[in-house]
Design a protein around this ligand. Structure first.
Ligand code: ATP
Ligand code: MG
Length: 341
């Protein structure tokens, strides 16, 4: 469709992903989506958003936390290997067109559809919102649909908690196309990594910024070792000689995700199941694997100052806004909005 957008995005597939600035990024992000983004930036037009408006939906009482996390997230992107010359990193609130798209899409989705979203239901429970759910929180999947469709993204690398959001974005794109009578928005698809849900160190659920159960990309080496030492394993594996469980054992989940020596990990699993292998041996191995992974990232992270991170975001926001503005024009027209002359 629009030649301006096609000129900006060429014929390469468009990727949109992002993260809520609610803290620094963690190993779940690395395994679930960041590693994939580092690959995709070579072959796709990739937009990476720092979703500050979405973060405000459950942090309205603590905006400083969100503001402080913005440059942290950008530093983590650079640390993980995102390159500002290849990926457009931008700030959600810097693109008012995204909010207008959200406003238009709100009319295409029912409240009961939003209430059925299993990820949002879990999050409402975890946050203890119960009957006092901020309207913005219930509606944040619609704002995600605006983010995805604004860039006409077809690939969305995410963890599996985000699948219901992609489904909603697909439905909205279909609705807009039907109302406009043409293929205005392409169908977005989730791109899942091999690790779609890295558990938290407590083994209770997924690693999450808000639950404080994650190893952060920027954690110092001693903090990483301490978190590995505290990791949930098999509570019934009391003596080294006892047979141990591999399933649900967080240390093995992390070894599967980050230890490149698959054969050695398989051998450790056999020995653990049979009995005779202590948790401390496993944990030492994992701590070494994570240190090898994180120490170059820590260095890159240290080299990025707050001002530099914000400058990267400002430049990316300018580029991204031009694309979103084009899409907004098409969607407004598809939905029959009046045009001021
Ligand atoms: P919050 O607790 O504030 O919601 P979060 O840790 O869940 O933070 P998000 O910013 O919500 O992180 O998620 C950003 C992206 O990272 C999403 O695509 C999400 O699916 C993915 N992701 C988050 N946690 C994990 C995890 N533990 N395993 C795999 N992917 C994850
Ligand atoms: Mg989340």
């Amino acid at each position: 469709m629009s030649t301006a957008i096609d000129r900006m995005t060429g014929l390469r597939p468009v990727v949109l992903t992002g993260d809520r600035p609610t803290g620094g990024l963690h190993l779940g992000h690395l395994a679930g989506s960041l590693a994939e983004r580092v690959r995709l930036q070579e072959t796709c037009d990739q937009f990476v958003l720092v979703a500050d408006l979405q973060a405000m939906t459950d942090n309205a009482g603590n905006p400083a936390k969100v503001a402080e996390a913005v440059p942290e997230v950008v530093a983590d992107y650079i640390a993980a290997g995102l390159d500002p010359t290849k990926s457009t990193m931008f700030l959600q609130s810097g693109i008012p067109e995204l909010s207008e798209l959200t406003m238009l899409y709100l009319n295409l989705v029912t409240v009961s559809r939003l209430e059925r979203n299993p990820t949002v239901r879990d999050e409402i429970r975890q946050r203890g919102f119960e009957r006092d759910i901020p309207a913005g929180f219930l509606c944040y999947p619609i704002s995600q649909s605006a983010d995805i469709t604004a860039f006409r993204a077809t690939k969305v690398p995410v963890g599996d908690d985000q699948l219901p959001m992609i489904e909603l974005a697909q439905e909205i794109a279909i609705r807009v196309n039907r109302l406009g009578g043409s293929e205005i928005l392409p169908r977005p698809e989730a791109v899942l990594s091999a690790v779609t849900r890295l558990p938290g160190i407590d083994g209770l659920g997924k690693a999450s910024k808000s639950l404080g159960n994650a190893i952060q990309i920027g954690d110092p080496a001693d903090v990483v070792r301490e978190k590995v030492r505290m990791m949930f394993t098999d509570p019934n594996h009391l003596r080294v000689s006892d047979p141990g469980r591999v399933e649900g054992n967080v240390v093995f989940s992390y070894l599967d995700a980050f230890d490149g020596d698959v054969a050695a990990v398989a051998d450790l699993k056999d020995r653990y199941r049979a009995g005779g292998l202590g948790d401390s041996v496993l944990k030492r191995r994992l701590a070494d694997v994570l240190e090898a992974l994180l120490s170059p990232m820590r260095e890159r992270r240290r080299a990025i100052g707050r001002d530099e991170a914000m400058a990267i975001l400002a430049a990316g926001t300018l580029r991204a806004r031009a694309v979103a503005a084009q899409t907004l024009v098409s969607v407004r027209s598809a939905l029959g909005m009046p045009v001021l002359v």
